[in-house]
Design a binder for this molecule. Structure first.
Ligand SMILES: [Zn+2]
Length: 215
């Protein structure tokens, strides 16, 4: 029974109650269509939509879990993570892999996916950092973070950041600015009220790590 009494009170109008609503985010790696159902809450009085902290974490988990449908195709956030791990701009990464200037922006937001040979090179760069160094040297591109990465030796997929598309997917329904409603800045369970420093990408990383451990 979902009688309004049992539902959370709307933090915006404090009159209505929040009902669970869903929205589909669609990804199309190669010939597959991957639909990720994302959760949000909608007020039955003022109509405001928001995402509770628990829904937000679940959305990030679902987004990370889409990887099982990708086969050998890398997710946008994996490509972005590879690039950022070595301190590369999108333009520098494009030069290394012989692509046009906006190629990495499109890969990372999954507007398009790398062709098979580029995907293979990206996977090789992920798994064998020396091959990225070799490609970068050939292209005359410096890897700003190369020395740091040689020292830390982290497992290759530990630091996955949320791509813009994923960040948008998890944040665009968060439209209750905490200040506007004079709410406390933490402890209420609302993602919109999370303290500065708790970014979606941080949560994504934690969720991602947890997903990998479970896999
Ligand atoms: Zn409301």
């Amino acid at each position: 029974m979902n009688s309004p009494k049992n539902l959370p009170l709307c933090p915006a109008c404090r009159k209505g109650h929040l009902h669970v609503t869903t929205r589909n985010e669609v990804f199309r790696p190669r010939s597959v269509e991957v639909v990720v159902e994302l959760l949000a809450s909608k007020c039955d009085a003022c109509g405001v939509q928001t995402t509770r902290a628990s829904q937000h974490e679940e959305n990030l988990r679902r987004l990370a879990a889409r990887k099982q449908h990708y086969g050998s195709v890398l997710m946008g956030e994996e490509i972005m993570t590879l690039r950022k791990r070595y301190g590369l701009t999108q333009q520098a990464a494009a030069k290394i892999f012989g692509k046009g200037k906006i190629a990495f922006s499109r890969y990372e937001n999954e507007v398009t996916y790398p062709d098979d040979s580029t995907m293979l090179l990206l996977r090789m760069a992920l798994e064998k950092p020396d091959s990225l160094k070799w490609l970068a040297d050939k292209a005359g591109v410096e890897l700003p973070m190369w020395q740091e990465r040689c020292k830390d030796g982290r497992p290759s997929l530990r630091m996955v950041e949320a791509s813009q598309k994923v960040r948008t997917a998890v944040s665009e329904q968060i439209d209750i600015p905490a200040k506007m409603y004079g709410m406390p800045s933490s402890g209420t369970g609302w993602h919109a009220l999370m303290p500065m420093g708790h970014t979606p990408s941080e949560i994504f990383e934690r969720t991602w790590d947890a997903t990998r451990v479970m896999a």
